[in-house]
Each structure stands twice: as C-alpha cells, then as structure tokens.
Design a protein around this ligand. Structure first.
Ligand code: HEC
Length: 195
C-alpha cells in the first residue's frame, strides 16, 4: 500500500496524513450543472406556487376541491333556507352534520375552541346565549356576525348551505358542556324548536 500512486491527480504536498491522502479532483461538470439548475429553478418555483394571487399551492388546491365537492353534494339537498325547521332537520343527520362539523373545524375553532368550549369567542356548549333566542338565529349570527364584527360575518365566505349545516352543528353542541370551557355568558333560552 505504501507505494500506491494516485491515478487521477497528484496528491498535493502536505496533503498526506498517516497515509490518508487528499486528492484534488475537480467537481464533475454534471454535478455543477445540477447545482446551477436548482438555483434557476428556485425562484421560478416560488413565484409559480407562492406569489400572492397565484393560488396554486396545495392549500388553495385543497380549498377549491373541497368547495367543488361540497357544491356537488349540495345538489342532493338543494338550496337550504336558514329557518328553524331546516336547521333542526339536520341536527341528528350524521352525514350532513359532518359538513357543519368540518366547516366549524376549519373556520371557527380558532375563537370557539375545538369542541366549542370557547376561547376568545363564547362557549357554545353551555345552555346560555347572548345573541340567540331560537335556533334560526344561530344561522343569522353565522351569516351576519355579531358584536360589531367581534364575531365575523360568514355569508360571503361560506355557501348558504354550509351556513345552515354549521348552524345545525352549533345547535347540536348545546348543553354538551365541553370541559375547560369559558364561563357562561348570556341568558338561558327555551329548548330548540322547529317552529
Ligand atoms: C374572530 C373570532 C371568531 C370566529 C373566527 C368565530 N367567532 Fe363566533 N363569536 C365570536 C365572538 C367574540 C362571539 C360573541 C359575540 C358577542 O359577544 O355578542 C361569537 C358568537 C358566536 C355565536 C353566538 C353565541 C351567543 O351566545 O350568542 C355563534 C352561534 C357563533 N359565534 C358561531 C360561530 C361559527 C359557527 C363560526 C365559524 C363559522 C364562528 N362563530 C367563528 C368570535 C368568533
């Protein structure tokens, strides 16, 4: 081994440590070109997917697919009216309540908590309400907001059916008393009724 001669390039002076030799080979051309290609690719990728208004990222694609799927499914139930009878019709309907639950998980948990127990928004799992005396008013508060926008209006962001189904979901949370909840705020109101 001692008289092994490097084949590609000379071992530069002083670059031989205990027989471990440092060679001085150039980086292969293809390697350098891959590096250059990544530098060119990066800004194209960032602008294509992430520039404001481009909406090509995964989240935007998911939102569009979710909305398209919802609207396709909504064809089955037609346009729902935000009245008490309609909100009550879906309160025990697991299939459609899932749409309300998904909407709640996407848009409402940041203020009302994962189980509706309340955070910056009020507790929706107790028996008292501030802006609601009947079940249809839940849909009204969701659509139009409350407290000067502290509870934001959703009518421009959600399909009208999503407003109604989310109202059904919120109505179903009543009296579930999720643990760790915010103190009750408002007054006790009569049980939900379809009239
Ligand atoms: C930015 C925070 C925020 C978000 C997001 C939010 N809310 Fe609220 N919500 C509030 C606040 C604050 C109140 C209490 C308003 C008041 O004090 O009168 C409230 C009140 C309500 C009420 C009336 C409760 C009552 O006692 O009168 C309902 C129903 C409600 N929200 C449902 C929802 C739903 C459904 C969503 C999602 C689509 C949602 N909220 C998203 C902050 C929020």
């Amino acid at each position: 081994m001692a008289d092994h001669k490097p084949e590609l390039n000379e071992v530069p002076d002083g670059h031989n440590y205990d027989g471990i030799q440092e060679y001085d080979n150039p980086i292969p051309g293809w390697w350098s070109w891959i590096f250059v290609a990544t530098i060119i690719f990066t800004p194209v990728y960032i602008i294509w997917f992430h520039a404001p208004g481009m909406d090509r990222n995964l989240l935007a694609q998911y939102d569009r697919a979710y909305a398209a799927n919802l609207e396709q499914q909504f064809g089955e139930i037609g346009e729902l009216l935000p009245d008490a009878e309609t909100v009550m019709r879906f309160i025990d309907d697991d299939k459609w309540l899932a749409v309300g639950r998904a909407t709640f998980q996407t848009h409402c948990v940041s203020c009302h908590g994962a189980a509706g127990e309340g955070a910056s928004g009020v507790n929706l799992t107790d028996n008292v309400y501030k802006n609601v005396t009947n079940v249809a008013q839940i849909a009204d508060v969701i659509a139009n907001g409350a407290a000067g926008g502290a509870m934001p209006p959703w009518k421009t962001k959600l399909h009208p059916n999503a407003v109604v189904l989310t109202a059904s979901y919120v109505a179903s949370l009543r009296d579930t008393n999720a643990p760790g909840g915010r103190q009750p705020e408002g007054v006790e109101i009569p049980p939900w009724s379809a009239e």
